[in-house]
Design a protein around this ligand. Structure first.
Ligand SMILES: NC(=O)c1ccc[n+]([C@@H]2O[C@H](COP(=O)([O-])OP(=O)(O)OC[C@H]3O[C@@H](n4cnc5c(N)ncnc54)[C@H](O)[C@@H]3O)[C@@H](O)[C@H]2O)c1
Length: 337
Protein backbone atom coordinates (compact mmCIF):
# COMPACT_ATOMS: atom_id res chain seq x y z
CA UNK A 1 0.00 0.00 0.00
CA UNK A 2 1.18 3.54 -0.81
CA UNK A 3 0.23 6.41 1.53
CA UNK A 4 0.72 10.11 0.86
CA UNK A 5 1.38 12.74 3.50
CA UNK A 6 0.46 16.35 2.69
CA UNK A 7 2.36 18.71 5.00
CA UNK A 8 5.69 17.61 6.47
CA UNK A 9 5.81 19.87 9.51
CA UNK A 10 5.66 18.96 13.18
CA UNK A 11 2.88 16.37 13.04
CA UNK A 12 3.24 15.28 9.40
CA UNK A 13 6.86 14.22 9.96
CA UNK A 14 5.76 12.06 12.88
CA UNK A 15 2.91 10.50 10.89
CA UNK A 16 5.28 9.76 7.99
CA UNK A 17 7.71 7.97 10.33
CA UNK A 18 4.94 5.86 11.83
CA UNK A 19 3.59 5.00 8.37
CA UNK A 20 7.04 3.95 7.21
CA UNK A 21 7.29 1.59 10.19
CA UNK A 22 4.12 -0.33 9.27
CA UNK A 23 4.37 -3.69 7.51
CA UNK A 24 1.27 -2.96 5.39
CA UNK A 25 2.83 0.21 3.94
CA UNK A 26 5.17 -0.25 0.97
CA UNK A 27 5.83 3.41 0.23
CA UNK A 28 5.24 6.82 1.83
CA UNK A 29 4.96 9.82 -0.50
CA UNK A 30 5.65 13.25 0.98
CA UNK A 31 4.63 16.69 -0.25
CA UNK A 32 5.27 20.09 1.31
CA UNK A 33 5.36 23.47 -0.48
CA UNK A 34 8.44 24.54 1.51
CA UNK A 35 11.35 23.77 -0.75
CA UNK A 36 13.47 20.85 0.38
CA UNK A 37 11.25 19.89 3.31
CA UNK A 38 9.77 16.73 1.79
CA UNK A 39 13.19 15.70 0.40
CA UNK A 40 14.80 16.20 3.82
CA UNK A 41 12.15 14.13 5.59
CA UNK A 42 12.26 11.38 2.94
CA UNK A 43 16.05 11.11 3.23
CA UNK A 44 15.87 9.81 6.79
CA UNK A 45 12.94 7.42 6.33
CA UNK A 46 12.90 3.97 4.82
CA UNK A 47 10.27 3.62 2.10
CA UNK A 48 9.68 7.41 1.74
CA UNK A 49 10.10 9.62 -1.32
CA UNK A 50 9.00 13.14 -2.25
CA UNK A 51 6.05 13.70 -4.58
CA UNK A 52 5.18 16.60 -6.86
CA UNK A 53 2.27 18.55 -5.45
CA UNK A 54 -0.91 17.30 -3.85
CA UNK A 55 -1.96 16.03 -7.30
CA UNK A 56 1.16 13.85 -7.25
CA UNK A 57 -0.08 12.32 -4.00
CA UNK A 58 -3.62 11.84 -5.23
CA UNK A 59 -2.52 10.20 -8.50
CA UNK A 60 -0.36 7.62 -6.77
CA UNK A 61 -1.52 7.04 -3.19
CA UNK A 62 -4.10 4.62 -1.80
CA UNK A 63 -4.72 7.03 1.07
CA UNK A 64 -3.66 10.55 2.08
CA UNK A 65 -2.83 12.01 5.49
CA UNK A 66 -3.58 15.75 5.64
CA UNK A 67 -1.18 17.32 8.15
CA UNK A 68 -1.22 20.92 6.93
CA UNK A 69 -2.32 24.14 8.70
CA UNK A 70 -6.01 24.06 9.64
CA UNK A 71 -7.15 26.69 7.11
CA UNK A 72 -6.06 24.40 4.26
CA UNK A 73 -7.96 21.31 5.49
CA UNK A 74 -11.35 21.84 3.74
CA UNK A 75 -9.75 22.36 0.30
CA UNK A 76 -7.40 19.40 0.66
CA UNK A 77 -10.14 17.10 1.99
CA UNK A 78 -12.37 18.11 -0.95
CA UNK A 79 -9.52 17.20 -3.33
CA UNK A 80 -9.33 13.75 -1.71
CA UNK A 81 -13.11 13.32 -1.96
CA UNK A 82 -13.05 14.24 -5.66
CA UNK A 83 -10.37 11.58 -6.22
CA UNK A 84 -12.21 9.06 -4.01
CA UNK A 85 -9.06 8.71 -1.90
CA UNK A 86 -9.46 7.65 1.77
CA UNK A 87 -8.16 10.42 4.00
CA UNK A 88 -6.95 10.95 7.51
CA UNK A 89 -7.19 14.67 8.23
CA UNK A 90 -5.62 16.29 11.25
CA UNK A 91 -8.03 17.94 13.63
CA UNK A 92 -9.91 20.16 13.15
CA UNK A 93 -11.21 19.35 9.65
CA UNK A 94 -12.40 22.99 9.49
CA UNK A 95 -11.89 25.92 11.84
CA UNK A 96 -15.43 27.17 11.86
CA UNK A 97 -18.69 25.36 12.67
CA UNK A 98 -20.65 26.49 9.59
CA UNK A 99 -17.81 25.51 7.25
CA UNK A 100 -17.38 22.20 9.06
CA UNK A 101 -21.10 21.38 8.78
CA UNK A 102 -21.02 21.84 4.98
CA UNK A 103 -17.86 19.75 4.68
CA UNK A 104 -19.30 16.93 6.82
CA UNK A 105 -22.34 16.71 4.51
CA UNK A 106 -20.01 16.46 1.50
CA UNK A 107 -17.91 13.78 3.20
CA UNK A 108 -20.94 11.68 4.12
CA UNK A 109 -22.43 12.05 0.64
CA UNK A 110 -19.15 11.00 -1.00
CA UNK A 111 -18.90 7.60 0.67
CA UNK A 112 -15.10 8.14 0.95
CA UNK A 113 -13.61 7.31 4.36
CA UNK A 114 -12.38 10.40 6.20
CA UNK A 115 -10.83 9.83 9.62
CA UNK A 116 -10.15 12.79 11.91
CA UNK A 117 -6.87 12.80 13.84
CA UNK A 118 -8.25 12.98 17.37
CA UNK A 119 -5.51 10.72 18.68
CA UNK A 120 -7.20 9.74 21.96
CA UNK A 121 -9.62 7.62 19.90
CA UNK A 122 -6.64 5.58 18.69
CA UNK A 123 -4.83 5.31 22.03
CA UNK A 124 -4.76 1.63 23.07
CA UNK A 125 -5.61 2.44 26.71
CA UNK A 126 -8.50 4.73 25.73
CA UNK A 127 -9.75 2.10 23.27
CA UNK A 128 -9.70 -0.46 26.11
CA UNK A 129 -11.51 2.01 28.38
CA UNK A 130 -14.24 2.42 25.78
CA UNK A 131 -14.51 -1.35 25.36
CA UNK A 132 -15.09 -1.74 29.11
CA UNK A 133 -17.73 0.98 29.10
CA UNK A 134 -19.53 -0.44 26.06
CA UNK A 135 -19.51 -4.01 27.43
CA UNK A 136 -20.83 -2.78 30.79
CA UNK A 137 -17.74 -3.92 32.76
CA UNK A 138 -17.62 -0.60 34.61
CA UNK A 139 -21.34 -0.70 35.39
CA UNK A 140 -23.35 2.51 35.08
CA UNK A 141 -21.08 5.52 34.59
CA UNK A 142 -21.25 7.92 37.53
CA UNK A 143 -18.42 10.31 36.81
CA UNK A 144 -15.56 11.10 34.40
CA UNK A 145 -12.53 13.28 35.11
CA UNK A 146 -10.30 14.38 32.24
CA UNK A 147 -7.04 16.19 32.87
CA UNK A 148 -5.11 17.91 30.09
CA UNK A 149 -2.16 20.15 30.96
CA UNK A 150 0.60 21.27 28.63
CA UNK A 151 4.09 21.50 30.12
CA UNK A 152 4.65 25.02 28.78
CA UNK A 153 2.52 27.64 27.05
CA UNK A 154 2.62 28.08 23.28
CA UNK A 155 4.31 31.03 21.61
CA UNK A 156 2.26 34.17 22.41
CA UNK A 157 2.14 34.91 18.65
CA UNK A 158 -0.03 31.77 18.23
CA UNK A 159 -2.66 32.80 20.78
CA UNK A 160 -4.77 35.21 18.69
CA UNK A 161 -5.21 32.44 16.06
CA UNK A 162 -5.75 29.51 18.45
CA UNK A 163 -9.54 29.89 18.81
CA UNK A 164 -9.23 29.93 22.60
CA UNK A 165 -8.53 27.26 25.19
CA UNK A 166 -11.69 25.20 24.60
CA UNK A 167 -11.30 24.98 20.80
CA UNK A 168 -7.54 24.54 20.99
CA UNK A 169 -6.75 22.47 24.09
CA UNK A 170 -9.87 21.03 25.72
CA UNK A 171 -11.31 20.09 22.29
CA UNK A 172 -9.53 16.72 22.51
CA UNK A 173 -11.40 15.73 25.67
CA UNK A 174 -14.61 17.39 24.45
CA UNK A 175 -14.30 14.86 21.63
CA UNK A 176 -13.14 11.84 23.64
CA UNK A 177 -15.34 12.05 26.74
CA UNK A 178 -18.79 12.11 25.03
CA UNK A 179 -17.50 9.36 22.68
CA UNK A 180 -16.56 7.29 25.73
CA UNK A 181 -19.75 7.92 27.69
CA UNK A 182 -21.87 7.30 24.58
CA UNK A 183 -24.61 9.75 25.52
CA UNK A 184 -25.46 13.29 24.42
CA UNK A 185 -24.31 16.15 26.60
CA UNK A 186 -27.34 18.03 27.94
CA UNK A 187 -25.61 21.04 29.52
CA UNK A 188 -22.17 22.56 30.05
CA UNK A 189 -20.82 25.06 32.52
CA UNK A 190 -17.31 26.40 32.09
CA UNK A 191 -14.92 28.75 33.81
CA UNK A 192 -11.40 29.98 33.19
CA UNK A 193 -8.63 32.15 34.59
CA UNK A 194 -5.38 33.74 33.56
CA UNK A 195 -2.77 32.44 36.01
CA UNK A 196 0.26 31.67 33.84
CA UNK A 197 0.88 34.60 31.51
CA UNK A 198 -0.85 37.95 30.81
CA UNK A 199 -0.38 37.22 27.10
CA UNK A 200 -3.51 35.05 27.34
CA UNK A 201 -5.55 37.99 28.66
CA UNK A 202 -4.15 40.20 25.91
CA UNK A 203 -5.41 37.61 23.41
CA UNK A 204 -8.84 37.59 25.10
CA UNK A 205 -8.19 34.02 26.28
CA UNK A 206 -7.50 32.14 29.52
CA UNK A 207 -4.68 29.75 30.40
CA UNK A 208 -6.50 27.51 32.90
CA UNK A 209 -10.03 26.23 32.38
CA UNK A 210 -12.64 23.86 33.74
CA UNK A 211 -15.73 22.49 32.00
CA UNK A 212 -18.53 20.61 33.71
CA UNK A 213 -20.55 18.41 31.36
CA UNK A 214 -23.91 16.94 32.37
CA UNK A 215 -24.94 13.99 30.23
CA UNK A 216 -28.52 13.21 29.28
CA UNK A 217 -28.56 10.17 31.60
CA UNK A 218 -27.33 12.19 34.61
CA UNK A 219 -23.60 11.30 34.67
CA UNK A 220 -21.17 14.19 35.00
CA UNK A 221 -17.73 14.83 33.55
CA UNK A 222 -15.26 17.41 34.75
CA UNK A 223 -12.66 18.44 32.18
CA UNK A 224 -9.81 20.58 33.35
CA UNK A 225 -6.82 21.80 31.43
CA UNK A 226 -4.20 24.46 31.23
CA UNK A 227 -1.08 25.76 29.59
CA UNK A 228 1.54 25.11 32.23
CA UNK A 229 2.44 22.14 34.38
CA UNK A 230 5.86 22.49 36.04
CA UNK A 231 6.36 18.71 36.11
CA UNK A 232 5.55 17.88 32.48
CA UNK A 233 2.70 17.04 30.12
CA UNK A 234 -0.23 15.48 31.93
CA UNK A 235 -3.17 13.81 30.26
CA UNK A 236 -5.42 11.41 32.13
CA UNK A 237 -9.00 10.20 31.93
CA UNK A 238 -10.52 8.59 35.02
CA UNK A 239 -13.91 6.90 34.96
CA UNK A 240 -15.89 5.86 38.01
CA UNK A 241 -18.68 3.40 37.36
CA UNK A 242 -20.96 1.34 39.58
CA UNK A 243 -18.69 -1.72 39.25
CA UNK A 244 -15.17 -0.42 38.69
CA UNK A 245 -13.00 2.67 38.66
CA UNK A 246 -10.26 2.96 36.03
CA UNK A 247 -7.75 5.46 34.68
CA UNK A 248 -5.74 6.01 31.52
CA UNK A 249 -2.58 8.11 31.55
CA UNK A 250 -1.64 7.08 35.10
CA UNK A 251 1.77 5.44 34.82
CA UNK A 252 5.36 5.95 36.02
CA UNK A 253 5.76 8.92 33.62
CA UNK A 254 2.68 10.83 34.89
CA UNK A 255 3.88 14.24 36.13
CA UNK A 256 2.33 14.01 39.58
CA UNK A 257 4.00 13.51 42.96
CA UNK A 258 2.14 11.59 45.63
CA UNK A 259 2.75 12.69 49.21
CA UNK A 260 1.87 9.23 50.54
CA UNK A 261 4.76 7.12 51.88
CA UNK A 262 4.42 4.44 49.17
CA UNK A 263 2.96 6.64 46.45
CA UNK A 264 4.64 7.33 43.10
CA UNK A 265 7.25 10.09 42.85
CA UNK A 266 7.69 11.99 39.63
CA UNK A 267 11.07 11.38 38.05
CA UNK A 268 13.08 12.94 35.25
CA UNK A 269 11.27 10.68 32.80
CA UNK A 270 7.92 12.50 33.14
CA UNK A 271 6.21 13.07 29.77
CA UNK A 272 7.66 16.29 28.28
CA UNK A 273 4.92 16.76 25.66
CA UNK A 274 2.07 15.28 23.66
CA UNK A 275 4.26 13.41 21.12
CA UNK A 276 5.79 11.32 23.92
CA UNK A 277 2.57 10.89 25.92
CA UNK A 278 0.59 9.77 22.87
CA UNK A 279 3.31 7.87 21.00
CA UNK A 280 1.33 4.61 21.03
CA UNK A 281 -1.82 6.48 19.98
CA UNK A 282 -0.19 8.18 16.98
CA UNK A 283 1.37 4.92 15.78
CA UNK A 284 -1.92 3.08 16.15
CA UNK A 285 -3.71 5.94 14.35
CA UNK A 286 -1.68 5.20 11.21
CA UNK A 287 -2.25 1.45 11.62
CA UNK A 288 -6.00 1.95 11.91
CA UNK A 289 -5.95 4.24 8.86
CA UNK A 290 -4.35 1.55 6.69
CA UNK A 291 -6.73 -1.03 8.18
CA UNK A 292 -9.73 1.16 7.24
CA UNK A 293 -8.34 1.51 3.70
CA UNK A 294 -7.86 -2.25 3.56
CA UNK A 295 -11.43 -2.88 4.77
CA UNK A 296 -10.22 -4.49 8.00
CA UNK A 297 -11.49 -1.83 10.44
CA UNK A 298 -14.33 0.63 10.88
CA UNK A 299 -13.61 4.35 11.05
CA UNK A 300 -13.36 5.15 14.79
CA UNK A 301 -13.18 8.93 14.25
CA UNK A 302 -15.74 9.98 11.62
CA UNK A 303 -15.94 13.59 10.47
CA UNK A 304 -19.51 14.05 11.74
CA UNK A 305 -18.35 13.56 15.35
CA UNK A 306 -16.18 16.67 14.98
CA UNK A 307 -19.37 18.74 14.94
CA UNK A 308 -20.16 17.53 18.47
CA UNK A 309 -16.82 18.56 19.98
CA UNK A 310 -16.75 21.91 18.19
CA UNK A 311 -20.31 22.73 19.33
CA UNK A 312 -19.35 21.80 22.90
CA UNK A 313 -16.20 23.94 22.70
CA UNK A 314 -18.26 26.91 21.51
CA UNK A 315 -20.80 26.33 24.29
CA UNK A 316 -17.99 26.18 26.88
CA UNK A 317 -16.53 29.43 25.55
CA UNK A 318 -19.96 31.07 25.80
CA UNK A 319 -20.46 29.76 29.34
CA UNK A 320 -17.04 31.03 30.43
CA UNK A 321 -17.80 34.48 29.08
CA UNK A 322 -21.36 34.76 30.43
CA UNK A 323 -20.86 32.84 33.69
CA UNK A 324 -24.06 30.89 32.94
CA UNK A 325 -24.63 27.23 32.09
CA UNK A 326 -25.37 26.50 28.43
CA UNK A 327 -27.94 23.91 27.41
CA UNK A 328 -27.00 21.78 24.45
CA UNK A 329 -29.89 21.31 22.09
CA UNK A 330 -29.41 18.70 19.43
CA UNK A 331 -28.34 20.45 16.27
CA UNK A 332 -27.53 23.93 17.52
CA UNK A 333 -24.69 23.26 19.92
CA UNK A 334 -26.10 25.06 22.90
CA UNK A 335 -28.31 27.88 24.05
CA UNK A 336 -28.36 29.72 27.34
CA UNK A 337 -31.41 28.73 29.42
N1 LIG B 1 -3.71 15.67 16.80
C1 LIG B 1 -2.76 16.34 17.39
O1 LIG B 1 -2.32 15.98 18.46
C2 LIG B 1 -2.16 17.54 16.72
C3 LIG B 1 -0.96 18.07 17.21
C4 LIG B 1 -0.40 19.14 16.53
C5 LIG B 1 -1.01 19.67 15.42
N2 LIG B 1 -2.18 19.14 15.00
C6 LIG B 1 -2.85 19.68 13.79
O2 LIG B 1 -2.04 19.34 12.67
C7 LIG B 1 -2.06 20.39 11.71
C8 LIG B 1 -0.62 20.78 11.38
O3 LIG B 1 0.02 21.25 12.54
P1 LIG B 1 1.62 21.29 12.66
O4 LIG B 1 1.90 21.71 14.05
O5 LIG B 1 2.24 20.03 12.14
O6 LIG B 1 1.94 22.48 11.65
P2 LIG B 1 3.34 22.84 10.96
O7 LIG B 1 3.25 24.27 10.61
O8 LIG B 1 4.49 22.34 11.77
O9 LIG B 1 3.33 21.97 9.60
C9 LIG B 1 2.44 22.21 8.55
C10 LIG B 1 3.16 21.90 7.24
O10 LIG B 1 2.20 21.94 6.18
C11 LIG B 1 2.83 22.56 5.05
N3 LIG B 1 1.78 23.05 4.15
C12 LIG B 1 1.14 24.25 4.15
N4 LIG B 1 0.21 24.28 3.16
C13 LIG B 1 0.28 23.07 2.52
C14 LIG B 1 -0.42 22.49 1.42
N5 LIG B 1 -1.39 23.15 0.79
N6 LIG B 1 -0.08 21.23 1.03
C15 LIG B 1 0.88 20.53 1.67
N7 LIG B 1 1.58 21.04 2.73
C16 LIG B 1 1.28 22.29 3.15
C17 LIG B 1 3.69 23.66 5.66
O11 LIG B 1 4.69 24.06 4.77
C18 LIG B 1 4.24 22.93 6.89
O12 LIG B 1 5.45 22.25 6.60
C19 LIG B 1 -2.91 21.52 12.31
O13 LIG B 1 -4.22 21.46 11.78
C20 LIG B 1 -2.96 21.21 13.79
O14 LIG B 1 -4.17 21.61 14.41
C21 LIG B 1 -2.76 18.08 15.60
Amino acid sequence: MRIGVAGVGRIGTMHAAHLASLAAVDEVLLYDPIEGRAEQAAAVLDKARPATGVTGLLEQADGVVVATPTDTHPTLVRGCLAAGTPTLCEKPIAADLAEMAVLVEEIDASGTAVLVGFQRRFDPAVVELRRRIVTGELGPIYHVRATGFDASPPDPAYLPTSGGIFRDLLIHDLDAVPWLVGEPVAEVYASGSVLVDRAFADADDVDNAVALLRFAGGAHAVLHGGRHDPLGYDHRIEVLGGMDSVAVGLDPRTPLTSLEPDGPRVNSDAYPGFPERFRRAYRNEMQVFVDVIGGRADNPSPARDSLVSLRLAEACERSRRTGAPVRINDGDGGSTP
